[in-house]
Design a protein around this ligand. Structure first.
Ligand code: PLP
Length: 376
């Protein structure tokens, strides 16, 4: 049996999600915009999923909009806010460790004349609310930071930062990319002081190609996809009812077990690190207090790609840094102080609560064998 340890890239859809998608494809396959019964039934499925997602983040369903995934949600948050508020104010503050869907979007806005300030971790590899606050000023209309870093599992001080920013600059819009934190940590929009958050279904055992954005009432965004005014005009295009229904089913399944799964994965992380500590030349790149779901290590002197393919030959699937960067050296790891050869040899192991100790044993044995057999 292959061992899949790349759950930060994507997860296996759960049975409930698959069942919901199949039902929406075979039984309730109407277009939610149609005025007949088939349309109404499809609309009811979308409404049900919206209610579940909204409930899971402590939000009013009115404020939750479905998108094609978190990349689109992040684009909508940044570009949409720039469209709505960017005439009078020009500055956006983000962290320097954001996913490309935020970072590249910020760069695109920079090219249009916006000023983007990227707040870096300090020497100790940690980000501080005070640094974000200092980066904000009267010209700032948006701050965007992720909840959990997808490459290292580092948990950003989102609540502390957004609370401080809102206290000093109540008009600044706060956006959080919650993709790697959702259904792993509690995500509650009011407690986080978040005006917008982005979610992705395929990271929580839903299906690829669907996500959501929460937009607080009163916050304006200019849509980036225009057309038939679905999703109250915020995101036009016929809703993907099967994917949305699957998203709702996955969220409904995971919500009650956030705490116990976190604990279980925490135990797995300790187990893995214990196993790896006996292998000379491995270094841990993830912080001790990071999300246990992501464990980033370096196998010194063995390039990520080479070790990754060695592990693949043993049917163990991990990732080099971030799955989205397809082998390019990760600027994010450098931001965290993980540089040069150590960054070149970084491997990301990302687990679920279903990962077993036996699988981690096999991984550790394979890494030890890889050390012997691969060079360069
Ligand atoms: N944000 C983070 C932190 C991610 O890890 C990812 C996916 O890797 C995304 C955004 C993009 O999500 P999606 O695949 O739904 O577009």
């Amino acid at each position: 049996m292959p061992i899949y340890l790349d759950n930060a890239a994507t997860t296996r859809p759960c049975a409930e999600a698959v069942e919901a998608a199949v039902e929406a494809m075979t039984v309730n396959y109407g277009n939610p915009s149609s005025l007949h019964k088939a349309g109404l039934e499809a609309q009811l499925l979308v409404d049900k999923a919206r209610k579940i997602i909204a409930g899971s983040i402590g939000a009013d369903p009115f404020c939750v909009y479905f998108t094609s995934g978190a990349t689109e949600s992040n684009n909508l948050a940044l570009r949409g806010a720039a469209g709505a508020y960017g005439r009078r104010k020009k500055k956006i503050v983000i962290s320097a460790v954001e996913h490309a869907s935020v970072d590249e979007t910020a760069s695109a806005l920079e090219a249009q004349g916006f000023e983007v300030v990227r707040v870096s971790p300090r020497e100790d590899g940690r980000l501080y609310a005070a640094d974000f606050l200092n980066a904000c000023d009267e010209n700032t209309f948006l701050i965007s930071m992720m909840l959990v870093n997808n490459e290292t599992g580092y948990i950003l001080p989102v609540k502390e930062t957004f609370t401080a920013v809102k206290r000093k600059y109540p008009d600044i819009i706060t956006h959080c990319d919650c993709v790697q934190g959702y259904m792993k940590l509690p995500v509650k929009v009011n407690a986080m002081c978040a005006d917008m958050i982005s979610l992705s279904a395929h990271k929580i055992h839903g299906v690829k190609g669907v996500g959501a954005i929460y937009i607080k009432k009163g916050v304006r965004v200019v849509p980036i996809v225009t057309g038939g005014k679905q999703e109250k005009g915020i995101r036009s295009g016929t809703e993907s009812v099967p994917l949305i229904a699957a998203f709702g089913a996955a969220a409904e399944k995971l919500l009650p077990t956030i705490g116990e799964r976190y604990e279980r994965v925490g135990t797995l992380k300790k187990y893995l690190l214990d196993r790896l500590s006996s292998i000379d030349g491995t270094a841990v790149n993830s912080p001790e207090d990071g999300s246990p779901y992501v464990v980033n290590i370096s196998a010194e002197g063995r390039r990520s790609e080479i070790m990754l393919h060695f592990l693949e030959s043993k049917e163990i699937y991990v990732s080099s840094g971030s799955a989205c960067s397809k082998g390019q050296q990760s600027g994010v790891l450098v931001q965290f102080g993980i540089k040069d050869k150590r960054a070149d040899s970084a491997i990301r192991i990302s687990m679920t609560a279903e990962t077993t100790e036996e699988e981690l044993d096999r991984l550790a044995e394979a890494i030890a064998e890889g050390f012997e057999k691969v060079r360069g």
